[in-house]
Design a protein around this ligand. Structure first.
Ligand code: ADP
Ligand code: 5GP
Length: 186
């Protein structure tokens, strides 16, 4: 059996990573999204074990100590990490895996697993990114401002990625991403 492929998807908060990935999962077989561990508090719509594994600081420390994470990073004061066991298990069983992670984590994965395929989702403009974050309304005004401030540094790292997809029109972006996940565009 061929091993699955590892895809890393990053982009500023609110750009549409989750929206695009969920549509891709409906279209592309043998593809799953890895569920990360995080110390951030659950927000509306989050489901334990589906969107994240929500962990205490102590439990997250233990995961790092026990080398249970493929990568981890601190984003806006909260820690996020990819449990390595589940990813390896899926890849060994021929299932391709999407890691929807921040730019710091993406660079760690690129180093550790150079065969991984890095995709950056970019917004058409900063104004549109801000509008999407505000429209999603899942964070406080302060948290939204912090996420917009972080976006500039994240955008500066897009040259580290193998592919950049601009999420202006959603259907166009999903079509373009689908080609990458199906290996039709390299
Ligand atoms: P991320 O996972 O990158 O943080 P989301 O997928 O949650 O972003 O998308 C943020 C918001 O933007 C959501 O309300 C989503 O419906 C909306 N959105 C996503 N893509 C587009 C698009 N192409 N045009 C307009 N709104 C979009
Ligand atoms: P959110 O709080 O909006 O769910 O996620 C905030 C940021 O953390 C996003 O950029 C998201 O991609 C990133 N993220 C989610 N899971 C992980 C992970 O396991 N590792 C890393 N490095 N970043 C993650």
């Amino acid at each position: 059996m061929n091993k699955g492929k590892l895809f890393v998807v990053s982009g500023p908060s609110g750009v549409g990573k989750g929206t695009i990935c969920s549509k891709i999962l409906e279209r592309v077989p043998n593809l799953k999204v890895s569920v990360s561990a995080t110390t951030r508090a659950p927000r509306t719509g989050d489901v334990e074990g589906e969107t994240y594994f929500f962990k205490s600081q102590e439990h997250f420390d233990a995961m790092i100590e026990n080398e249970e994470l493929l990568e981890w990073a601190t984003y806006n004061g909260n820690r996020y990490g990819t449990p390595i066991w589940a990813v390896n298990d899926m890849l060994e069983n021929g299932i391709s895996v999407i890691l929807e992670i921040d730019t710091q984590g993406a660079l760690q994965v690129k180093e550790k697993m150079p065969e991984s395929i890095l995709i950056f989702i970019a917004p058409p403009t900063f104004d549109e990114l801000a509008a999407r974050l505000k429209g999603r309304a899942t964070e406080s005004e302060e948290e939204i401002a912090r996420r917009i401030a972080a976006a500039e540094g994240e955008m500066a790292l897009q040259s580290e990625y193998h592919h950049v997809v601009i999420n202006d029109d959603l259907d166009t972006a999903v079509d373009e991403a689908e080609k990458l996940f199906r290996g039709l565009k390299t």
